[in-house]
Design a binder for this molecule. Structure first.
Ligand SMILES: NC(=O)c1ccc[n+]([C@@H]2O[C@H](COP(=O)([O-])OP(=O)(O)OC[C@H]3O[C@@H](n4cnc5c(N)ncnc54)[C@H](O)[C@@H]3O)[C@@H](O)[C@H]2O)c1
Length: 263
């Protein structure tokens, strides 16, 4: 058995999850993932380029009587990635690493500048790759653990707004996940992805230029089969499943959590 088998549940009949690290946990989906993991019993390290945001999420989780702390991490800085993941793992051996931090922009392909393309790939692809690598380096010697990357429905189908660079980055996340899962499948470490549909976060609002949640809800109601946006906690629930022993025979999978978008 792997992650967290022996730990007592935090008010749940399911086994509690072991220690976890979430990149980009300072807001949005990462915040939802960190909160969900903590509510399943995980001690959570929230690693974000925005240290104040990471600490604020950790405080609100701690206020529920759960365990969390915030640290600075820029996933584009490989030295810092290695230091932060190894440091968290030395404090409490990590059962789960979630590669969530990501950025996006929407612009016609003809107008994309090389610098913005490189920046997006540095966070979404290189950042995911080296956080995943650092997680693996910690977990492989123990022969257990779960890595979850955050892909997107655009790992499968092109976004409806012009986002070729972003869509390509998320297809890459899906393949990094599948290829690594296959590579380490016999190690006891599982590697999976979640593919969120549209969740109301700062990232999505900035893309659409949507001033209000109501405008975003109306857009979603027209386009998403379930007629509503996703909640960050619904992505968190899928991550908890993939992190847990309930998913003991699941590796290399990308789990869509999208209100039927890909159906
Ligand atoms: N919101 C959606 O509808 C949606 C859909 C599909 C996939 N996703 C993916 O989910 C993930 C989270 O998206 P979100 O909507 O919550 O975005 P968000 O912009 O609301 O939050 C992103 C978080 O990542 C942090 N971050 C950004 N760059 C970083 C870096 N270099 N190092 C460390 N942290 C960094 C930010 O500070 C922030 O806390 C991303 O990978 C995104 O591509 C989002």
């Amino acid at each position: 058995m792997s992650a967290g088998t022996a730990r007592a549940g935090a008010g749940s009949t399911r086994a509690a999850l072991g220690p976890a690290l979430v990149t980009g946990g300072g807001r949005g989906i990462g915040r939802g993932i960190a909160t969900s993991l903590a509510r399943r019993g995980a001690a959570v390290t929230i690693a974000d380029i925005d240290l104040e945001a990471a600490r604020s999420v950790a405080t609100s989780i701690s206020d529920e009587g759960l365990s969390a702390h915030g640290v600075h991490l820029d996933v584009t800085d490989v030295d810092e990635v290695r230091r932060v993941v190894a440091g968290a793992d030395a404090a409490v051996p990590l059962d789960t690493v979630v590669c969530n931090a990501g950025v996006a922009f929407s612009r016609p392909t003809t107008e994309v500048e090389p610098e913005e393309f490189d920046r997006l790939m540095a966070v979404n692809v290189r950042g995911v790759f080296f956080v995943l690598q650092a997680g693996l380096r910690a977990m492989l010697p123990r022969g257990r653990g779960s890595i979850v990357t955050v892909a997107s429905t655009s790992s499968f189908t092109a976004s409806t707004s012009p986002m070729a660079a972003y869509d390509a980055s998320k297809a890459a996340v899906r393949m990094i996940t599948a290829a690594t899962a296959r590579e380490v499948a016999r190690s006891g470490v599982r590697v999976n992805a979640v593919a969120p549909g549209t969740v109301d976060t700062d990232l999505v609002r900035a893309l659409g230029g949507l001033a209000t949640g109501e405008q975003l809800e109306a857009l979603a109601g027209a386009k998403i089969p379930m007629g509503r946006l996703g909640l960050a906690e619904e992505i968190g629930a899928a991550v908890c499943f993939l992190a847990s022993d309930e998913a003991s025979y699941v590796t290399g999978h990308t789990l869509a959590v999208d209100g039927g978008w890909l159906a």
